[in-house]
Design a protein around this ligand. Structure first.
Ligand code: PMP
Length: 400
């Protein structure tokens, strides 16, 4: 009965790793993967995560019962506090409804399903370009997806004029997806004064901001600095949605730890919203898994472990920043044609190199370097040892 099913294409991002795994050449380099790697190219489990897991294992009172539909209550409170700040009035006024969800993707999906059912405007604007899964997640949830201009290829920076024009022309009440920090794939974030312009426009047009926060602490090394944009929007008393992921900042990728928070105007609304979130979640997966959220909660609630996490998080962010500098220096040393300063200006895990798909294909064929065809490279996949190989490849690709 399934004979007519056609072969599906590989996911454009995950497919890069599939191709990489098939390449027998030992010099191969995978810069497509969106996960942190050590200087030795290995995945990293944070020490503080190992410690938290040990505590959980040793606690014989812990059982494997189901969590409630909205997940671990303690984790939800701590997650809202992490993104909104210790002294957030929205939390104190009980205006935030939070659900533990399946990492960032699941939080986006639950938020989108909720909006499709309970919000009057089903149009969402996402930046151009954006993380490839946004279009699919929102479309599958029944929202209609439009794009707003974001990246300017000429400056390899933000097209603030185009952004303001497009959001200015959006229908009243439209949902706007914003990357809270470390925009993926471009690494280009608005400056604080540009965030303020965006906030004023969004509020004046009664648009609804939906923050995707997949890199808090991972961009600058500071959890508070990376939460700046979200906190600006919450400080004005208006509504917003926030999808948080602990994949990158705690390295909990496969544990699928995340949270959706919906900031409302009052406690009564938040409580009704929370009750409806349960109805959205129950038929999708009943309730979320217990282990990863327990690790995150253990770290967030213990001040020693929290401080240890901050140090390890900063070390990851600093290594990525240092890779930017080393790659930039290596291209300068080779006298590679063009301005490469965007490598050190962009923020977060990825650099949007500006290399086109032909140049990417050349680098894969001749240098066994794997990346998405839009020229995005993961800085976390680089090391001091592999920077010269990448710089040689870029140098050759741009002189094709
Ligand atoms: N949003 C953005 C912008 C991302 O880059 C990612 C991870 N690549 C996610 C959401 C979701 O990641 P996860 O579901 O693993 O938390």
């Amino acid at each position: 009965v399934f004979a007519a099913v056609v072969q599906a294409p590989e996911d454009p991002i995950l497919g890069v790793t599939v191709a990489y795994n098939k390449d027998p050449n030992p010099i191969k380099l995978n810069l497509g993967v969106g996960a942190y790697r050590t200087e030795e190219g290995k995945p990293l489990v944070l020490n503080v995560v190992r410690k938290a897991e040990q505590l959980l294992v040793n606690d014989r009172s812990r059982v494997k019962e189901y969590l409630p539909i909205l997940g671990l209550a303690e984790f939800n409170k701590l997650s809202a506090k992490l993104i909104l700040g210790d002294d957030s009035p929205a939390i104190q006024e009980n205006r935030v409804a939070t659900a533990q969800c399946l990492s960032g993707t699941g939080s986006l999906r639950v938020g989108a399903e909720f909006l499709a059912k309970h919000y009057h405007q089903r149009t969402i604007y996402i930046p151009l370009p954006s993380w490839g899964n946004h279009l699919k997640v929102f479309t599958m949830a029944g929202l209609s997806v439009n794009a707003y201009r974001y990246y300017d290829p000429a400056t390899r920076g933000l097209n603030i004029q185009g952004l303001l024009e497009d959001l200015g022309a959006a229908p009243s009440g439209a949902i706007v997806l914003l990357h809270a920090c470390a925009h993926n794939p471009t690494g280009v974030d608005p400056a604080p004064e540009q965030w303020e312009q965006i906030r004023q426009l969004i509020r004046s047009k009664a648009l609804l901001p939906f923050f995707d926060c997949a890199y808090q602490g991972f961009a600058s090394g500071s959890l508070d600095a990376d939460a700046l944009a979200v906190r600006m929007f919450v400080a004005d008393g208006g509504e917003c949605l926030i999808a948080q992921s602990y994949a990158k900042n705690m390295g909990l990728y496969g544990e699928r730890v995340g949270a959706l928070s919906i900031v409302c105007k009052g406690a009564d609304v938040a409580s009704r919203v929370e009750s409806q979130l349960k109805l959205v979640i129950r038929p999708m997966y009943s309730n979320p898994p217990i282990h990863g959220a327990s690790i995150a909660a253990t770290i967030l609630k213990n001040s020693d472990m929290y401080n240890e996490w901050k140090i390890e998080l900063k070390a990851m962010a600093d290594r990525i920043i240092s890779m930017r500098k080393q790659l930039y220096d290596a291209l300068s040393a080779r006298g590679t044609a063009g301005d490469w300063s965007h490598i050190i200006k962009q923020i977060g895990m990825f650099t949007f190199t500006g290399l086109n798909s032909d140049q990417v294909a050349f680098m894969t064929k001749e240098y066994h370097i794997y990346m998405t065809s839009d020229g995005r490279i993961s800085m976390a996949g680089l090391s001091s040892k592999t920077v010269p190989h990448l710089a040689d490849a870029i140098h050759a690709a741009v002189t094709l």
